[in-house]
Design a protein around this ligand. Sequence first.
Ligand SMILES: [Zn+2]
Length: 168
Amino acid sequence: MAVLPIQTGTDNPLLRRKTAKAPKVTKAILKLLKDMRETLKKEEGAGLAAPQVGQSLAICLALIDGKVTALINPEILRSGKDADTQEEGCLSLPGLTVAVTRPTDITVRYLDESGREQERCFRDFDARVVQHEMDHLVGRLLTDYVMPPSPASPAAKFVPPLPPPAAS
Ligand SMILES: [Zn+2]
């Protein structure tokens, strides 16, 4: 087992490309998952996706109900209509937190480590972690959720400046 270096940076091409599905659960993938588990443990994170350790594969780990769970080729089948907003951090963007709004319950289909298809519902924190990790599999990072500043509208020009503070 080995702790792998974490890829960082919003413009890192390894973090920005869409990953390929794992054709099947090979020995190489099991080895990668072992190394990812060790890396996640050392970094004390809630999840880790393969692109974060430089592998462009649709594989991630997520802390589910306190247990590190491997999701291979995950896809979201259903999202509930309730959402909430929470601050999230990312091992690939050290020192940054972003408020992200996400559905609070999702149903996901994926392969487990033995190659068996699973369909599971995740809620609240678990759902948030899974969605964060799945974002990595399509090259999406937390910074993509930051609202861009709205372009200056013509009306903005006519907003009078604040009056100077009254002298006392
Ligand atoms: Zn992340």
